[in-house]
Design a protein. Structure first.
Length: 58
């Protein structure tokens, strides 16, 4: 999973969801100050239980 790319599908104050290999995963930001929006691309930096830790990529 680490270093795999995903697409952000949902961003709310309580939850982030990303699409990775046709599966929806809960996620949180690697950098809490980063801004992310649906449609943004991200890379998986770590996994915490069933939650992916992601960082936005350009």
């Amino acid at each position: 999973m680490i270093n795999r790319r995903c697409v952000v599908k949902l961003v709310t104050p309580e939850r982030i969801e990303v699409l990775l290999d046709s599966q929806v995963w809960a996620a949180e930001l690697f950098d809490k100050n980063e801004k992310i929006a649906p449609g943004d691309k991200a890379v998986v930096k770590d996994v915490s239980g069933l939650k992916l830790i992601i960082k936005k990529v350009e």
